[in-house]
Structure formats: C-alpha cells, structure tokens
Design a binder for this molecule. Structure first.
Ligand code: GLY
Ligand code: MN
Length: 449
C-alpha cells in the first residue's frame, strides 16, 4: 500500500534522542528505549499521546516502539487478528510491507492475539509477550530501559501505568528504568519550521472560530450557543478543540477553567472566550474578551486596556535568556514582571494565574518554565484580571514564537484593541442591536434557567 505521509522527521528525532541519551549517560550493552502510545476509552475521542506522536507520527492507540542503541527500531501493534481493520480506522497501514516508509526496521505484534480489538493499560502478559521477552533480557543483562517515567506523578500517567504493569511481570525491571522525560521535554520545546507552520494553521482556525464567537454574541444568547458557533468552525475545518472551550460571561469569567457554559449573556457584561484548535496534532490557544452590548463601559475599558498594556509590555521584553517564570530570577521572569506592572496600578491581587505556558503538541506543552527562553520556543502570553466583586473577568492571550532578538506574535491577525473588538461584535448587529444572520440553536435541547 502506498503511504502519503512522510516519517523522516520522526526518524531524525529518534536518532537525536538516542544521541542525546548516549551523551548524557553511560549506556550499557543491550539497553533499550521504549515508547508507549496512549489507549482508547469510551468517553473521549482518541488523541495520540504527544511524545509518542512526536517520535513516531503514528496515530493508532496501544502501539509501542523500541529503539536499541545499534540503530534498530521496532514498531509493535496489538495483535487483534483479522478484525482489526473492521474496527480501527488507520490512515496508514501498519504492516511490515510499509516498515521502510514508516521509518522503522520492523513492524510486528506486541504478543499473542488479544481478546478484542482494543488493548488497555492492564493487558494480560501474553498480549505483550514480545516486549516482555525484551524486558527480561534487559534485567538479565543488567542493561537499562530508557522510557517516560518521571518523578512527577502527574505526567505520563498512562505510560506509568503500563510500566508498573510490566514491572509486575518482570521482576527487577523497576530498578532498570531510566526516565527520559526531561530530555524529551527539551527536544519538544524547540520547534522546527514544520511545527511552526502547523501551530500557525491551528491559530488560523482558532481565529476563524473567534470571529464566529464574536458574531454570535448578543444579549439573551447562552454561553453554550456561542460555544456551538465557534466549535462549528473548528469541526468544519477538520479540527477540534485543543481543550474544553471556555465561554464565560459576567462573574463566570473570574473562574479560570469555567466549563459549564450554560449562562445567559447580559447587556453590560463581558464574555471571556478562551479557545484553541488543533492542526495535525499541534495546538493553538487564544483568548479574547468581548462586551455583550458591543461597547465596553468606561470601567471595563480601563481594565481591558491595562491588561492589553501588560501583554504588549511583556511581549516587548520577551527575549532569549529571560524566563517565562522563575522565582529565583524575578527581575528576568516575565511572570514576575507582569505582576509588577499590575502592582503599579494596585491590581496585582487580581492577576491570579501564570503569565503563560509553552504550546505545541499539548496546549500546556512540556518544557521547564524555569529554564531560560530560547530561540524556537513557542509560548502564550496571557495576562488577566479577575474581580468577582465587580463581576468582571478579562483575559487576553496570544501565541508567540521566540526568534533571535525577541518574540513574534503568531496570532496578530486576531482583533485585540478596544475599537477592533467592539467593531467585531457589532458587525452582525442590525439597527435594533440584534444579530442579523446567525445559526439559530434556540430549539436544541438545553438545561432550564
Ligand atoms: N487556555 C487555557 C489555559 O491556558 O489554561
Ligand atoms: Mn493558555
């Protein structure tokens, strides 16, 4: 079967990973790198585990990849027998025939035939028999197993489950595990041009979604109706939300990860729309704050412009060598400098979250914020003010790419000034202040208010 996709980037990344491990450690003979894909579940659409995707380009669940230090790469797939193709859509066929194009030396099964077409982190030993045979050899040879097993238990949870489960089958394996998550994080932090292009495409889709959101905002609409308008654009663009869309009006906007999205929009209130979409695995994350009436009040405008000033002040300061956030170096930490700016106006206690995060295959991408910023980092700058007693939440978030001398906004096409935001919301109003032409979701089932 002919493959359209090119897997050479992933192959080069794996070679760099192996080289970095070798520079970092004394690698014993017979050692292995093991990367494990994510697993499907019934509650959410499957989305490949990001580091596995980064090094393989493979989007199928429950697969695994081993690299030895003699340049042999094996891709393992669950042994689902002949029902596999009846259940699993795969844009590429993972067969030995395609191994060369997949950039691996062999494509084989993980072990014996598994009961269904899915495989879960608590598989039977026989289903992983081929990997387990390798792992037993690692223990016998006193070699190392390099894999994603960080001390921080919030990361790589499924991978940790798989490793713990494998350790139950292979006595002595736990002591042979060497965590590679910080090497992987440093590699993933540095985006190449292909990744920048994909993030930019994800940003373009989110810009369209924001325009749709702004044009569906008017008094009487529900937050979920605005959400439906913007997600319609994402799905239509063959994308999806990179995290649960936040459409939060009035006091709801002071709850950072508000997701109920069921309140009614009221004249005089603001709406925070914090959304992102995905393009070929890469995420965007953009926030705008809109006035329901199409016009900011004087007080809202004052606060909005302060948040905007902080964002542009920080974007001007952000250069290689500065920190996204560092408690040890507050004078070079963008987060602390933003706090200082708010403090001048007496608002520091209303800025209640981090200034930004790395962006990539995950919306809160890997990378240590206390390691100085460097060229080809991609990150958000998202100052905000949250004043529950006034029912006001404001956040402005854009996505930036670090260049040699400073950062470049990747989302500058999305309106941001008070005048631009007001014009965008008002664009669909007719003379009565109502929306002329929009998708009507009013007959679709909703909760009572
Ligand atoms: N956009 C959501 C967040 O950064 O947490
Ligand atoms: Mn964000």
């Amino acid at each position: 079967m002919k493959l359209k996709k090119d897997f050479s980037i992933q192959k080069a990344r794996r070679q760099e990973l192996v080289k970095t491990i070798q520079n970092d450690q004394d690698v014993a003979d017979g050692s292995l790198v093991l990367l494990v894909a994510g697993f499907e579940n019934d509650r959410t659409a499957f989305w490949q585990e990001s580091s596995f995707f980064y090094y393989t380009g493979i989007t199928e669940a429950a697969t695994a990849l081993t690299l030895d230090f003699e340049d042999k790469t094996s891709l393992y797939i669950p042994n689902c027998g002949d029902v596999r193709e009846k259940w699993i859509y795969s844009s590429i066929s993972l067969t030995q025939e395609n191994a060369k194009q997949l950039g691996v030396d062999e494509v084989t099964v993980l072990g014996d035939r598994c009961a269904g077409y899915q495989l879960f982190p608590f598989f039977k030993a026989e289903s992983y028999g081929h990997i387990i045979a390798w792992l037993k050899k690692i223990v016998a040879d006193d070699a190392q197993l390099f894999t994603l097993y960080p001390a921080n238990e919030h990361e790589y949870v499924e991978q940790r489950l798989v490793m713990n489960h494998l350790c139950d089958f292979v006595p002595g394996l736990k002591e042979r595990i060497v965590d590679i998550s910080s090497i992987v994080a440093e590699m993933r932090r540095q985006k190449d041009m292909d990744e920048i292009a994909k993030i930019s495409k994800a940003i373009e889709i989110t810009e369209l979604a924001h325009e749709a959101a702004a044009q569906s905002i008017k008094k009487g609409m529900l937050e979920c109706e605005v959400q439906a308008s913007l997600e319609y654009m994402m799905v239509g663009a063959e994308s999806r939300a990179s995290f649960p869309s936040i459409v939060a009006t009035g006091k709801n906007a002071t709850v950072l990860h508000y997701t109920a999205n069921n309140a009614e929009l009221k004249d005089g209130d603001l709406v925070v729309v914090d959304i992102g979409s995905v393009f070929e695995g890469y995420c965007s994350d953009l926030t705008r704050t809109y006035p329901v009436s199409g016009k900011f009040t004087a007080r809202q405008k004052e606060l909005y412009n302060l948040v905007l000033d902080v964002q542009s002040y920080i974007a001007d300061l952000a250069k290689p060598g500065m920190y996204l956030r560092s408690n040890e170096h507050p004078e070079e930490s963008l987060h602390h400098l933003a706090l200082q700016y708010f403090k001048k106006y007496g608002y520091e206690k209303y800025f209640i979250h981090g200034l930004g995060h790395f962006l990539g295959l995950d919306v809160h991408d890997v990378g240590d914020v206390s390691i100085p910023l460097k060229e080809n980092d991609v990150f958000t700058i998202e100052p905000g003010l949250y004043i529950p007693e006034e029912g006001i939440g404001i956040r402005i978030e854009d996505d930036y790419w670090m260049a040699k001398k400073g950062c470049i906004s990747l989302s500058e096409n999305l309106p941001k000034s008070v005048e631009e935001i007001e014009a965008l919301v008002q664009q669909q109003f007719d003379d009565t202040g109502d929306i002329d032409d929009t998708v009507d979701f009013s007959d679709i089932g909703k909760t009572e208010h």
